[in-house]
Design a protein around this ligand. Sequence first.
Ligand code: ADP
Ligand code: ADP
Length: 228
Amino acid sequence: MVYFENVEKRYPDGTLAVDGLNLEVESGEFVVLIGPSGCGKTTSLKMINRLEECTGGKIYVNGKDIMTLNPVKLRRQIGYVIQERGLMPHHTVAENIATVPLLLGWPKKKIDARVDELLDMAGLPKEKYKYRLPAQMSGGQQQRIGVLRALASDPEVVLMDEPFGALDPISRDNLQNELLTIHKKLKKTIIFVTHDISEALKLADRIVLMRRGKIEQIGTPDELINNP
Ligand code: ADP
Ligand code: ADP
C-alpha cells in the first residue's frame, strides 16, 4: 500500500534527515515509526503526502509513484493527523470533520450523514457537539475530532504524527483504545509516529525503529521484545 524504495531526504541546509529508507507497508497494516527526536520520523511521514519532497528514491502509494500524482489530490486521498494546531478554530466540529469532503464537493446531505456517523462512532453525541467550536472541547475531544476528520472521506491510508502526544495519560489511553477499535473495524493502513515505546507496543502490527534517518530494527512487538 505504501512502499519506500531507497528514499532519501536532504533538506536545503544540508541536513540528511532520511538516509536510504526501504519499507513496505501492507494494506490494512498498522505500522509505528519510533526513535529518538530528530531521527527522521516526521520527515518520512510528510514525504508520503508530499508535504516534503524526497530528494532520492521513490515512494509508491497503492502502486503509483507519488511524483506522478497531483499533490493536492494525493493529500485528499490520505488522512493526516498531527499533535496540535490541527483544527480550524473558527469552524464548528462538523465543518472541521467535513474539511476534505467539502473540498471534494460531496453533496450536503451526504456530508451531514457522514459527520453524524463519525460522531456516533466516537461516542460524541451529535446534538451536543456538532456545532461547537474546538475551543469548547477538551484536548482529548479535539484530538478525537482530528482523527475523525482524517477518516471523513474514507481514505485507505492514514498518517498520524504523535496524535496523542499532548494528552493526559487517561485521555491518551482512551484514544489509543478507540484507534485500535477503529483500525480493527475499518482496516485502514495506518502509519503512526511516536517516541513512546509503550504506545508503539500497544498499537503496532509492526514497529520500525529509526535512528539517524535509517531503519535500525523492524519487527512485530513480540519480535522486538524478545530480541531487544
Ligand atoms: P523526528 O520526527 O524523528 O523528530 P524529523 O523528521 O522532524 O525527525 O527531523 C529529522 C532531521 O531533519 C532532524 O535533524 C531535523 O532537525 C531535520 N529537519 C526537519 N525538518 C527540517 C527542515 N525543514 N529543514 C532542515 N532540517 C530539518
Ligand atoms: P516533531 O518533533 O514533531 O518532528 P518539530 O517540533 O521538531 O516536530 O518540528 C516542527 C516543524 O519544524 C516541522 O514542520 C519541521 O519540518 C520543522 N523543523 C524541524 N526541525 C527543523 C530544522 N532544523 N530546521 C527547520 N525546520 C525544522
